[in-house]
Design a protein around this ligand. Structure first.
Ligand code: FES
Ligand code: FES
Length: 168
C-alpha cells in the first residue's frame, strides 16, 4: 500500500499591490515569491527567473522604488506596496532612455539579464543622474551578465544618463 499523502495547498491570500502604476487585487498562494506572483499570477514574464538564490540579479524589480530580488521576497510581503517591472519602463510606444541606449549600443545580447539591469540602473539614475563608473559598477554588482562583458552595459547607462540630463 502506498503511503503517499496529498498535502493540501494552503488557502489563497488576497494581495493588493500597485504594479506599474495599476492597482491590482489577486488571490495568490502565500508561499509564492514575488517573482512567481509576477510571472505566474500576473503573467508579467519580463522579470526573469534565474538562480532563485539571490545570486544573479535577473529577477530584480523595484519595490517602493528600491531594487529588490523578487526571488527572495514573498508576494505577501509586498502587500500594499508599489512594484515596478520592466513592462512599466516604456511610456506607451516610447522606450525609456535606458532601453533605447541598451538597444543602440548592443548592451542586450541574449537579453536574459537585461530587465534586471534596466531596473537596477533606473533606480541608480533616479537618485544619481550622473554616476561615476565606480558608482555604477557598485550599484550593478549584484547583476550578472554572461554575454556582454559588462562594458557595453556601462556605456549604455552612461549614454542614457547623459540624454536624461539633456547633454547628448
Ligand atoms: S533569480 Fe533572483 S537573484 Fe537569481
Ligand atoms: S545579455 Fe545575455 S546574460 Fe546578459
Amino acid at each position: 500500500m502506498s503511503d503517499h499523502r496529498v498535502i493540501p495547498e494552503p488557502p489563497k491570500t488576497v494581495l493588493h499591490m500597485k504594479v506599474n502604476g495599476v492597482r491590482i487585487e489577486e488571490a495568490i498562494r502565500p508561499h509564492k515569491t514575488l517573482l512567481e506572483v509576477l510571472r505566474e499570477d500576473l503573467l508579467l514574464t519580463g522579470t526573469k527567473h534565474g538562480c532563485e538564490l539571490g545570486e544573479c540579479g535577473t529577477c530584480a524589480v523595484l519595490v517602493d522604488g528600491e531594487p529588490v530580488l523578487s526571488c527572495l521576497v514573498l508576494g505577501v510581503a509586498c502587500q500594499g506596496k508599489s512594484v515596478e517591472t520592466v513592462e512599466g519602463m516604456a511610456n506607451g510606444p516610447e522606450l525609456h532612455p535606458l532601453q533605447e541606449a541598451f538597444a543602440e549600443l548592443g548592451a542586450a545580447q541574449c537579453g536574459y539579464c537585461t530587465p534586471g539591469f534596466l531596473l537596477t540602473a533606473k533606480e541608480l539614475l533616479d537618485r544619481d543622474p550622473d554616476p561615476s563608473r565606480e558608482t555604477m559598477i557598485a550599484a550593478l554588482a549584484g547583476n550578472l551578465c554572461r554575454c556582454t562583458g559588462y562594458l557595453k552595459i556601462y556605456e549604455a547607462i552612461e549614454l542614457a544618463a547623459a540624454r536624461m540630463r539633456g547633454v547628448k
